[in-house]
Ligand binder design. Structure first.
Ligand code: TRP
Length: 331
C-alpha cells in the first residue's frame, strides 16, 4: 500500500483554506492508503511562539483534525516534535541542500519580504525539514494545496540527491496529491491571493468561527462597484468570492449569482449573505465537534501517544537504514 504524509503548521486555528486544500483529502485518503498526518510544530518555531502559545496551537490543530474527521484508528496522527527522528533526517538532508536553491524558494522570498527582521536559518531550511517529514516515512503521496508544489519538488530533489550520493534507490519520489484534478487554491477575503493567516485574521474564515463572526468577515470582503457590461470578466476580488462559493454553495446557487453578474443585476450584499450562510452550514458539524473534543483531554492524550508510537516505528526503521547507508558503524 502506498504511503501518504502530510501536515499543517501549528499556528492556531485552522481555516477553510486548510480544510478544502488539505484536510478533506486527508479524510478521504485515510480509507485507501497508509496515512501519516502530523502537526508541524517544529516548523512553527520559525516565528518564535511562546511556550504556552506553542502548546495551545498544537492542541487546537489536533482537536480540529479530529473534528474534521481524521480517524486515529485509520490514520496515524502525530505531533512532529514527538518524533525526534524527524530532526535527525533533517540534519542529514541539510548536508545536501544548497544555499542557492534554498534562497530561490518562493516561500523563503516571501518571508524575507514579510518578516525582514527574522530571516533565520530555520526559515531558509524550511523545505528541508518538510522533505524530512515526507521522506521519513518514504511517502509517495502528499495531499497539499497548490502553494506547496515547489516544496514537493524540493523534497524530490533532496531524496534523489541522497539516492545518487549513496548509489542506493532508497527514497521514492513524493508527489502532491488531490482527489480532484487540480490542486485546490482557496482564496482569502482580502481580494488578493490565497486564504492564509499571514495576511491577517480578517482574510480567513476559521473552522471554529461562530456564525456571527463568519457573517461579519464575509460582509467585509472586498468588492468593486459592479459590472458595467454583460458577460464581463470578473475582477480578481469578485472572482475570489465566486471561487469560494463554488466550494461551499450548491451548483444552483453558484449559477444563480453567476447569471446575475453576467446580466449586470448582481447585488454583492446578497451574494455575500448567501456565501456566509453556506459557509456556516458547511462548517457547522465541525464546529460542534470542536467544542466536544476540546474538553476531552484524556482522549487527546491517548490519540497523541498512540500516534507518536506508530510514527516512531516507521521513522526509526528509516533512520536505522539510512545510518547504515551513510556509513555509520558501531564499534
Ligand atoms: N509547509 C506546509 C504548509 O505550510 C506544512 C508542512 C510541513 C507539510 N511539513 C510537511 C505538508 C510535510 C506536507 C508534508 O502547509
Amino acid at each position: 500500500m502506498e504511503t501518504v504524509v502530510s501536515g499543517i503548521r501549528s499556528t492556531g486555528k485552522l481555516h477553510l483554506g486548510n480544510y478544502y486544500g488539505a484536510i478533506q483529502n486527508f479524510v478521504k485518503m485515510q480509507h485507501e492508503y497508509n496515512c501519516y498526518f502530523f502537526i508541524a510544530d517544529l516548523h512553527s518555531l520559525t516565528t518564535h511562539p511562546t511556550p504556552s502559545d506553542l502548546h495551545g496551537n498544537v492542541k487546537q490543530v489536533l482537536v480540529e483534525y479530529l473534528a474534521a474527521g481524521i480517524d486515529p484508528e485509520k490514520a496515524t496522527i502525530y505531533v512532529q516534535s514527538d518524533v525526534p527522528e524527524t530532526a535527525e533526517l533533517y540534519l542529514y538532508l541539510n548536508m545536501n541542500a544548497y544555499l542557492g536553491e534554498l534562497e530561490r524558494s518562493t516561500s523563503f522570498k516571501d518571508k524575507v519580504r514579510t518578516q525582514p527582521d527574522n530571516v533565520n536559518a530555520g526559515l531558509l531550511t524550511y523545505p528541508v525539514l518538510m522533505a524530512a517529514d515526507i521522506l521519513l516515512h518514504r511517502a509517495t503521496k502528499v495531499p497539499v494545496g497548490k502553494d506547496q508544489e515547489q516544496h514537493l519538488e524540493m523534497a524530490r530533489t533532496f531524496g534523489n540527491r541522497f539516492n545518487r550520493l549513496y548509489n542506493h534507490e532508497y527514497f521514492p519520489e513524493p508527489y502532491a496529491f488531490n482527489f480532484s484534478d487540480n490542486l485546490v487554491k482557496i482564496p482569502g477575503l482580502d481580494g488578493k491571493g490565497k486564504m492564509g493567516k499571514s495576511e491577517g485574521e480578517s482574510n480567513v474564515v476559521n473552522l471554529s468561527d461562530t456564525p456571527e463572526v463568519i457573517r461579519k468577515k464575509v460582509l467585509k470582503a472586498v468588492t468593486d462597484s459592479g459590472p458595467t457590461a454583460e458577460n464581463q470578466e470578473k475582477p480578481v476580488e469578485i472572482q475570489n468570492l465566486f471561487d469560494l462559493m463554488k466550494v461551499v454553495s450548491s451548483v444552483d446557487t453558484y449559477e444563480h449569482f453567476d447569471n446575475l453578474y453576467n446580466t449586470c443585476q448582481i447585488r454583492y450584499g446578497d451574494l455575500k449573505k448567501q456565501l456566509a450562510e453556506d459557509m456556516i452550514i458547511a462548517t457547522a458539524p465541525i464546529r460542534e465537534k470542536i467544542k466536544e473534543i476540546e474538553q476531552d483531554s484524556s482522549y487527546l492524550r491517548q490519540v497523541a501517544r498512540h500516534g507518536a508510537i506508530k510514527a516512531r516505528e516507521s521513522a526509526s526503521k528509516t533512520i536505522r537504514e539510512i545510518r547504515e547507508i551513510i556509513g555509520f558503524k558501531n564499534f
